[in-house]
Ligand binder design. Structure first.
Ligand SMILES: [Zn+2]
Length: 185
């Protein structure tokens, strides 16, 4: 929660930014105008639109960046993922300064965000988005779990295990009988 919000809820009397000391620490300040954030955007945003980027209403700013990557950056590929990761890491860094008294360098925020973009590329949603952008005619069809036992079984395995991503080169033992059921129609 930003310090402006904490003051509004009577949790605190101090609305200033823990990072730079500016008197009003609201969302706009943390994510865009605080020197930590500002220097990151300066390095990622096209100079010709930088002024617009810094002055869009905050909600429209987030939506535009997630949906119109080429408006603000010369490297629009996966900008939505990198933008989200930069916001998240700016917020984490702000919290570290506020609660742990540790100061993190801007370079680390960017490095960590690039890692997150790389991780984002490996997620199933990213692959689905990639598939949807190919020149195919897609007709999404709901297949009830009762006639797709393998998918249902793998989903249950995922719920049981806490591992984030798993690749199977051979079907897990518990899935093998379900494969036979599915192939039988
Ligand atoms: Zn600040």
């Amino acid at each position: 929660m930003t310090n402006v919000e904490r003051v509004r809820r009577h949790f605190s009397l101090d609305s200033s930014c823990p990072s730079c000391g500016y008197s009003i620490e609201d969302v706009d300040h943390v994510l865009r105008h605080c020197p930590l954030a500002y220097s990151i955007w300066e390095n990622h945003i096209k100079p010709t639109v930088f002024n617009d980027f810094m002055n869009f209403p905050i909600k429209a700013w987030i939506v535009r960046n997630l949906t119109h990557a080429n408006l603000f950056t010369d490297s629009p590929e996966d900008w939505d993922i990198l933008f989200g990761a930069l916001l998240w890491n700016i917020w984490l860094t702000r919290n570290a300064i506020e609660f742990e008294s540790t100061v993190e360098l801007t370079g680390l925020v960017v490095e960590r965000s690039d890692d997150r973009r790389e991780a984002g590329r490996r997620t199933i949603l990213w692959h689905l988005r990639d598939l949807c952008h190919r020149n195919w005619v897609l007709r999404p069809t709901l297949i009830p779990r009762e006639i797709n036992m393998v998918a249902d079984g793998i989903a249950k395995l995922a719920l049981r295990d806490t591992i984030e991503e798993t690749y199977y080169s051979v079907p897990p033992p518990s899935i093998q009988p379900l494969l036979i059921v599915d192939t039988g129609g």
